[in-house]
Design a protein around this ligand. Structure first.
Ligand SMILES: Nc1nc2c(c(=O)[nH]1)N=C([C@H](O)[C@@H](O)CO)CN2
Length: 117
């Protein structure tokens, strides 16, 4: 299957289990790998025949910036389900990265793969 990638989408939001995290915006990074048959778009050179990654970005930014989850697991799952439902994407892989301070500066990461069936 062909794939459309949208990488390094940075979004500020409230996320986390600690008190300070409930009142401090943090920047999350999203990387998306979306299955999509591009042949129709390639043959027609028409944006309406493909998955518009700009539209995908708008949906993710709108949802994430208004969300208030505790866990990155919950946010990742909700974003994946929203994309599958909104764009009829057959399968996607979503990577969510959160900056954390554990031993110096680190990154926590969730990778999930979901399909429409
Ligand atoms: N599996 C997870 N572990 C932790 C999470 C999480 O969302 N999933 N969150 C935190 C804190 O919010 C942390 O990110 C603050 O830096 C700790 N562990």
């Amino acid at each position: 299957m062909d794939k459309i990638f949208l990488n390094d989408l940075k979004i500020d939001t409230i996320i986390g289990i600690y008190d300070w995290e409930r009142e401090t915006l943090q920047t999350l990074r999203f990387d998306l790998e979306m299955d999509w048959d591009i042949r129709k778009a390639a043959a027609s050179d028409d944006i309406t025949n493909t998955l518009d990654y700009g539209a995908v970005a708008n949906v993710v930014v709108e949802f994430v910036s208004n969300s208030r989850y505790l866990l990155i697991e919950s946010l990742a799952e909700e974003v994946a389900q929203l994309l599958l439902k909104t764009f009829a994407i057959p399968r996607l892989k979503l990577t969510l990265t959160k900056p954390v301070q554990l031993h110096g500066k680190n990154q926590a990461q969730i990778v999930i793969e979901r399909s429409s069936e």
